[in-house]
Structure formats: C-alpha cells, structure tokens
Design a protein around this ligand. Structure first.
Ligand SMILES: Nc1ncnc2c1ncn2[C@@H]1O[C@H](COP(=O)(O)OP(=O)(O)O)[C@@H](O)[C@H]1O
Ligand SMILES: [Mg+2]
Length: 254
C-alpha cells in the first residue's frame, strides 16, 4: 500500500515568527492520523507544506520516498468551508482540477463515480448555494478525491457543520478510505472526532510547534461513539493540550 509520509526535522518561519520547530513525524501508509493542537500552532501550515502549497524553511518531507517539492495529484486537499466555486455546478467544481490538467476527457467517468461515492447523485447540476452545507462539503471531498490521490489532506473539513451532518460525514470519510486504500491526515479541534476516526492522534504543542505526544487509538472498528475508553483517551489528549486538569497516573493504563 502506498501513501507513506515522512516528515523530517521541518522548520517553518514567517518573517521572525517560528511556527514549526524541528517537526518530525512518520505516517504509515493506509493510516488515519489526526493533528490536534492550540489555535495558531501551525496545523494548517504543516498540511500546506505537505500539500506542496507552502515551502518549509528547512527540513524535508517524503511521500513514498520522494521528496515533496510542489503540489501534485498524489495529494488531495479538502478545507474547512467547502471552497467551491459558486459560479460552477457540482459537476463542474469536481471536474475543475481534471480540466486544468487537461485530462478531463479521459476521466469523465471518474467524476460520475465520485459524485456517486459521496452521495450527490441527482445534484450534479446544482450550484453550491442550492445545496446544504453538508452537501457542499461532500462535493469538496469529491473534488479532492477525483484524481485518486494516495494521500488525502483534510483541514478541519467538518468544522462548520451541525453535529448530525458531521457524524454522518465522519462515517462517509472512513468508508471512502476503506474503499480506496489511502492515507488520510486530518486537522481537527474536535477531540472526540479525532478519537472516533484515527489510528493515531498527534498532539502538537503551542508555537513554535513540535510533536507533543502521539496517542495510538487501539479501538476496534467500526467504532462505537460512546464508550468508557473514549473518556480515557479524551482525558489523556486534553491533558497533553493542558486543558484537562491533572488526572491520576492510574487512569492512563488503557
Ligand atoms: N502566509 C503566512 N504569512 C505569515 N504568517 C502566517 C502565514 N500563514 C500562517 N501564518 C502564521 O503562522 C501561524 C500558524 O498558522 P496556522 O498554520 O494557520 O495555525 P493553525 O492552523 O494551527 O491554527 C499563525 O501565527 C499564523 O498567523
Ligand atoms: Mg488552521
């Protein structure tokens, strides 16, 4: 399986502000990893560097052994808020990247498949303002997935959605991952979402950010949303974020 990301000693500064400090992380192919950390610590910056949309000041990132130097179709990107073009239909939004790369003619069927995959059949010709926020987010996911990336980068993709739509799309994203053999790296500020979806939760420290902790979520899938183990993981993560108050050592023995 492909989609191994190796982040090695990445540093990133904007002018005098150091955002990422000696950041290293190895992400296994096919895994689901969440990044969680204080606001402004550099989560989006890290994702943008992996996506090739931003350059590291030093250090390097490899995808399946190849150094990342620019954006590429092997990485799909979905952001918070759907970022759809309001003047394009759902189908045109999803096709946009393929058209830009001049491969749309050969990949027309992929667009139809993606529309199906994210459950938007029947809404191909709708414009973003004519569909719900959840459906917009589905379209945005389809757009990120249509080039069959090895890695899907998700920057708080569900942050703007109501709780039910959000849970629904969490399951949808996990289903898509299972059906498509890919690595997913997601920034979220929702601790429960991170626990529910991830193989590993990476807690980032305040700026200049590095890896504060990596928590393996050893729960069988499909997961149940409400269970005692969730609380233990939640306490542990909140504690690393310094939001949990101090919990007793014994509670860590999961
Ligand atoms: N293009 C940029 N130019 C200058 N500063 C930036 C730029 N992008 C991000 N920053 C700064 O880097 C820090 C980290 O931002 P960001 O990665 O968006 O944090 P997070 O996603 O964790 O909230 C913030 O202080 C932000 O103001
Ligand atoms: Mg961000």
């Amino acid at each position: 399986m492909l989609g191994n990301i190796r982040i090695q000693n990445v540093e990133k500064s904007f002018d005098d502000v150091k955002v990422l400090n000696d950041f290293s992380l190895d992400i296994k192919p096919g895994s689901f990893v969440s990044l969680i950390g204080p606001s402004g610590c550099g989560k989006s910056t890290l994702l943008r560097i992996i996506g090739g949309l931003e350059k590291a000041s030093s250090g390097q990132i490899f995808l399946d052994g190849e150094k990342i130097t620019k954006a590429g179709s092997d990485r799909g990107f979905a952001f918070q808020g759907s970022n759809l073009f309001p003047w394009l239909s759902v189908r045109e939004n999803i096709s946009f990247g393929l058209k830009a790369r001049k491969i749309y003619k050969d990949k027309k069927n992929d667009v139809a498949d993606m529309i199906n995959l994210v459950g938007l059949s029947g809404f191909e010709n709708s414009y973003p303002h004519q569909i719900s926020g959840g459906m917009q987010q589905r379209a945005s996911l389809a757009r990120a997935l249509v080039g069959h990336p090895k890695v899907l980068l998700l920057d708080e993709p569900l942050g703007a959605l109501d709780a039910f739509t959000r849970m629904n799309l969490q399951d949808e994203i996990l289903r898509i991952k299972n059906e498509n053999d890919m690595t997913m790296l997601m920034v979220t500020h929702d601790v429960d979402e991170a626990i529910y979806m991830s193989d590993k939760v990476v807690v980032m420290s305040a700026r200049p950010s590095r890896v504060e902790a990596i928590i393996d979520i050893d729960l069988p899938r499909p997961r149940v949303r409400v269970q005692d183990t969730f609380t233990l993981y939640r306490n542990k993560i909140l504690d690393y974020l310094d939001l949990g108050g101090k919990i007793q050592e014994a509670e860590y023995s999961i």
